[in-house]
Design a protein around this ligand. Structure first.
Ligand SMILES: *Cc1c(COP(=O)(O)O)cnc(C)c1O
Length: 396
């Protein structure tokens, strides 16, 4: 059974009672594809090419094609993907405090900001758009400074950030646009697939992501040959030849076994994303007209791949408890915005600084969402949300 982790709380391993509806169930997908997955894993065991094996190169080629980039480099996880992009672009000072600034949204998983600080650069947070929950381009513009080295939009919950204005800003200013694509594999913005809109994209294949491995995994996508080369070397001890090391690198490679699993899954990703979008549309239909709830909205010219289906309500905690009593598991992504995390106290942001992020953190609720849900499960969840309001439970 796959372990619970803060990145995807509430992931359940299933065999629970029939009535339970988990936030995410990975076992159904595994069961559907078990023979192909078993065969792919057995082939790696037979070949024994566990590090940098054939399945890795095969996956890198296929995932680059999927994202519409020239290159893809498999790495150890999504956090390292971001870190190595930043490092390859010479951002930060490896432990020495530098003046390099990196702008990112106040509302994201902690992994968006961690690599920035660990490289010795300065995170500069800005608020999100109240309708799409992604980085607000106007506030990015206001936060730009002569030392801004990068902007990291996060395609939060599976919805691409508003990229066009950010891409325009990046043309007029000397900063790099790095996409945190960990929650939005396959989403599009103006018909372009995310991961191909900035200088580079960082992907995670954490098991609960839209494309998930059976452990940690990640990738960097880019069409810049120098950046691709540098990330590939950083990820593999700074070398091109076996025992000749040209730069100080690290060890962060995508395992052959994980790549073999991803090769089985990638051809199904588009269908899985379509299924998620269909369930989201059904939730939208069944939950329409409840005044106390804000349903997710998708910005113009974007496709949303619903890594998470997130509603907002002032009665979040009571609704969550009510659903749990009915055997319906939900999640909170995320209860504390980055600027209020104890680890980022030193940045000096106070409560009230980013009101949209703070309101979302206090009100957001992620309803069960995964491609293999049944129509009946969506109806059950929607019915219980409705009954909470129609029976006046939010006044209790
Ligand atoms: C999951 C995630 C990451 C990090 O990915 P890992 O593979 O867990 O290191 C980064 N950013 C966001 C927004 C994520 O959801």
């Amino acid at each position: 059974m796959f372990c619970l982790d803060e990145a995807t709380p509430g992931v359940s391993s299933i065999q629970a009672s029939q009535k339970t509806i988990p936030l995410v169930n990975l076992q159904r997908q595994i069961a559907q594809h078990r023979p192909a997955l078993d065969a792919a894993m057995a082939a790696v065991l037979d070949r024994g090419d566990f590090i940098k094996g054939g399945a890795v190169a095969e996956f890198e080629k296929a995932f680059a094609a999927f994202c519409g980039t020239e290159y893809c480099i498999g790495v150890g996880n999504g956090t390292d993907a971001l870190a190595m992009i930043l490092e390859a672009l010479d951002i930060g000072a490896m432990g020495i405090s530098s003046r390099d600034e990196v702008i990112l949204p106040a509302m994201s998983f902690i992994a968006t900001v961690e690599p920035v600080s660990r490289l010795g650069a300065m995170p500069v947070l800005v608020d999100i758009d109240p309708h799409t929950y992604t980085l607000c381009p106007l506030q990015v513009k206001d936060a730009l400074s002569p030392t801004t080295k990068a902007v990291i939009p996060v395609h939060l919950y599976g919805q691409p950030a508003e990229m066009a204005p950010l891409m325009k800003l990046a043309k007029d200013h000397p900063f790099h646009l790095i996409e945190d694509s960990a929650q939005a594999h396959g989403a599009t913005c103006n018909t372009q697939t995310i991961g191909s809109l900035g200088i580079a994209g960082a992907f995670s294949f954490y098991p609960g992501k839209n494309l998930g491995a059976f452990g940690d995994g990640g990738a960097v996508t880019t069409s810049d040959p120098n950046l691709a080369e540098k990330v590939r070397m950083l990820a593999n001890h700074g070398r091109q030849k076996k025992y000749e090391h040209d730069m100080v690198g690290t060890n962060s490679r995508l395992d052959t076994l994980q790549a073999a699993i991803l090769n089985v899954k990638l051809p199904h990703l588009a269908d899985w994303n379509t299924a998620r979008a269909q369930w989201a549309a059904l939730y939208n239909e069944l939950l329409a007209g409840i005044d106390e709830i804000d349903l997710p909205k998708t910005g113009a010219d974007r496709t949303h791949v619903y890594h998470l289906y997130v509603i907002q309500t002032p009665h979040r905690d009571a609704l969550m408890a009510h659903l749990k009593e009915q055997g319906i598991h939900t999640g909170i992504h995320y209860p504390i915005p980055l600027h209020l995390q104890p680890a980022y106290h030193h940045l000096g942001y106070k409560q009230g600084r980013f009101p949209v992020s703070e309101a979302l953190a206090a009100r957001c609720l992620s309803l069960p969402m995964f491609p293999e849900m049944t129509e009946q499960e969506i109806h059950t969840v929607a019915r219980e949300v409705r009954s909470f309001y129609e029976n006046g439970k939010h006044h209790e």
